[in-house]
Design a protein around this ligand. Structure first.
Ligand code: GLA
Length: 699
């Protein structure tokens, strides 16, 4: 029996489909070239992890499926019923596998695909075929990683400091990142990565998994004592959450697997390519959000002035944040009452929206659809719409509770409100927030996060269907809802509630593994950061925001003329570089100096890099700037883009553009400037047309 191979963009997945049971995965990693033939499989040393690991297939680690049936439990042993595959060597393909176990009363359908960029997606659907209810406890997707995957990298975090890396040795046992917050979570790992020893952004071999799901979830890495290791992920189910009656099915979220032979960057690039191959985004307008400028103070004159200043600085979209709806003078009341407050806005939002549009900007509005304050007309009228037991309310967070969206009346109410407001104000944009962890969710007598998450997805999908041009931002107290489930239905994420550029450098670097720059909201905050209290120069704040979907969250009515001018310069630079920043390959150098970062975005013809001095350097000489990701055989013109940082000692090349081959830029590097801490130097490289160094033997 020949193996079934999916291959694309240098990656391959090899399935052993011989035998009665589920196919076994024998390889996920580097492309294998033209391997085929019946003799191959017995000769392969690679592990053989069943597509759904189970004891019946000699897997003694954590099972892929767990569940029970009172009194008549049969451990599952699958029989393969059908396998449909469409695979084109080098172009990926799809595999659908149907299996069943009549004794256990279960059927399984597994869908596996490799896209043109070598990214693997997997999901399983299990159906109860027996007369008695099947209590599903877990169904995850897994792929093996080879023995040489010696280290694990995952991420944790909190409000205003998301995606903090943590690393450890990949020993025997399970390293499990579990989330029971009812939303993706500030501490969500995003990617769980296994890699060869000391892997970096540009070196080492890495494998990574991500669950595209915005409710409770689990990502785990396991190595059993036979030495076989795997990465797995899926939804995390509470006991009793999924009870399948005869004929009912449960489908896992889409789980993403990525591999790279050259560090995290390539693994991340496959994910970015997958997102980018989906819905095409219009040019990302530079955005002003009024939250940190005015908070709940919605005086019209102040907002009009803010809009004037924003437009003058080159901003293209104005977003009115929290505080515009009934009773919302502070965060203790009003959530749920999605009607424009008649006292604060006697003429509706029209005077502001019209003014914003006259200035040539788009208009956007903040919502927090799934949330309610008990102090709201909605909850006074419908106390039973709260997700939880009405007799004993869940503990509050930020004075709020969750609306039970799986309840049709609550869902219909929200859809009507959102739909009406989007239509009335022709909203270009919604910032869709979710500001609490969900505690003690009960829907219809069972744990309710699963149903809640699906209802949110339905609501988003329906709203988009009705308003195809509407853009939506996923926010959740900053970056607590960033995953490929929500990103399939939204256009960008609010990366963090921290606009502190120093913290943002790290938050954006690691959030950026999953989220490409054009979908990562990054705003220029106030001179004194509202969260950390740190004062940072405008050039550093702007040079940090430049590399994402740039915006401003600062009271521009209080900014000096010179600050406004400087801000306008940075916004103009962002607009000029946007075609590269929002479409290129993200590269993160493994810069040897821990006090600095070097990162960039590269297209075949152009690249933009940021050299970021975070803290003071220990050594007196700065390490060279080896620019990654360039074509070694091309000649590039290199120049400083944007302002030279204050107090910088600049090397000679910075004075006038120089021409250097990509090989020299990548291998030898540019002499680095000596920058003060909290400085960014933006460097631009442009390929010199018609000059291919491949003909110059010396390079
Ligand atoms: C959350 C968001 C902020 C802002 C406030 C408004 O904290 O992350 O950006 O919208 O809510 O209440």
């Amino acid at each position: 029996m020949s193996p079934l191979i999916l291959s694309a963009a240098g990656a391959a997945l090899l399935l052993d489909t011989g035998g009665q049971g589920l196919p076994r995965v024998r390889h996920f990693g580097a492309g294998l070239g033209p391997v085929a033939g019946p003799d191959l499989l017995p000769a392969l040393a690679a592990p053989a992890v069943p597509l759904l690991p189970a004891q019946g297939d000699s897997w003694y680690g954590r099972p892929g499926l767990s569940g029970s049936r009172t009194g008549e439990h049969w451990p599952v042993r699958w029989t393969l019923d059908r396998l449909d595959a469409e695979a084109t060597p080098g172009a990926g393909g799809t595999v659908t596998i149907a299996a069943s176990d009549p004794r256990a009363g279960l059927e399984l359908v597994s869908e596996l695909a490799m896209d043109a960029g070598g990214l693997v997606t997997m999901r399983h659907t299990v159906t109860n075929t027996a007369a008695t209810p099947y209590r599903l406890e877990g169904l995850t997707c897994a792929l093996p990683v080879p023995e040489r995957a010696a280290e694990l990298l995952d991420f944790t975090g909190r409000w205003a400091l998301e995606k903090v890396p943590q690393r450890r040795a990949f020993g025997h046992g399970v390293w499990s990142r579990e989330n029971r917050r009812g939303r993706t979570g500030h501490d969500a790992t995003g990617l769980l990565v296994a890699g060869t020893e000391a892997f970096g952004c540009r070196s080492g071999e890495v494998w990574a998994v991500h669950a595209g799901w915005s409710g409770d979830h689990v990502h785990y890495a396991e190595r059993v004592h036979e030495g076989v290791a795997l990465l797995a992920a899926g939804e995390l189910l509470e006991p009793g959450e999924i009870i399948l009656a005869q004929g009912e099915s449960y489908r896992t979220p889409q789980v993403y697997f990525t591999w790279s032979g050259a560090g995290l960057d390539d693994a991340s690039a496959r994910l970015h390519a997958h997102l980018r191959a989906g819905r095409a985004l219009p040019v990302r307008p530079v955005t002003l959000n009024n939250w940190e400028a005015t908070y709940f103070d919605h005086g019209l004159d102040r907002l009009l002035e803010l809009a004037d200043k924003a437009a003058a600085a080159g901003i293209e979209r104005f977003v009115l944040d929290d505080g515009w709806f009934r009773h919302r003078r502070h965060d203790r009341a009003g959530l749920g009452d999605w009607y424009v407050d008649e006292q604060v806005w006697p003429d509706g939002l029209h005077p502001l929206a019209d003014h914003v549009r006259k200035l040539g900007m788009q208009f956007g509005l903040w919502f927090e659809p799934e949330m309610v304050n008990p102090d709201s007309d909605l909850i006074r009228e419908h106390p039973d719409w709260i997700l939880g037991r009405a007799e004993r309310m869940p503990p509050p967070q930020r004075h709020q509770q969750t609306l039970d969206l799986a309840r049709p009346e609550a869902y219909d109410y929200l859809l009507e409100r959102l739909d009406t407001l989007v239509a009335e104000y022709a909203l270009d944009y919604i910032k869709w927030d979710h500001n609490r962890d969900i505690a003690e969710p009960v829907h219809d007598g069972v744990p309710g996060v699963h149903a809640q998450t699906l209802a949110t997805y339905r609501l988003l999908d329906e709203l988009r269907r009705r308003h195809p041009g509407l853009e939506i931002e996923s926010c959740s107290s900053g970056g607590a809802r960033i995953d490929y489930g929500i990103l399939a239905r939204t256009d960008r994420v609010w990366t963090s509630d921290s606009n502190d550029a120093l913290d943002r450098q790290a938050i954006q670097r690691w959030t950026g593994l999953l989220v490409p720059p054009e979908r990562m909201g990054s705003h220029v905050g106030a001179p004194h950061d509202h969260v950390t209290g740190r004062s940072l120069p405008l050039a550093f704040r702007a040079g940090t925001a430049l590399f994402g979907h740039m915006g401003v969250e600062w009271d521009l009515t209080s900014a000096s003329e010179s600050d406004l001018e400087e801000l306008a310069t940075w916004i103009a630079l962002h607009k000029r570089l946007r075609p590269v920043l929002h479409a290129g390959n993200v590269v993160r150098a493994d810069h040897p100096d821990p006090s600095a970062l070097l990162h960039g975005v590269v297209l075949p013809e152009r690249g933009v890099f940021g050299f970021v001095q975070l803290t003071s350097r220990v050594g007196s000489g700065a390490a060279p700037l080896r620019l990654p990701g360039l074509d070694p055989a091309a000649l590039y013109e290199v120049r400083v883009a944007g302002p030279v940082p204050d107090g910088a000692a600049m090397p000679e090349w910075a004075a006038t553009p120089v021409r250097l081959p990509g090989s020299a830029l990548g291998e030898l590097g540019l002499p680095a400037p000596a920058l003060r801490p909290t400085s960014v130097l933006v460097i631009e490289v442009v390929k010199v047309a018609g000059c291919d160094m491949r003909s110059h033997a010396d390079f």
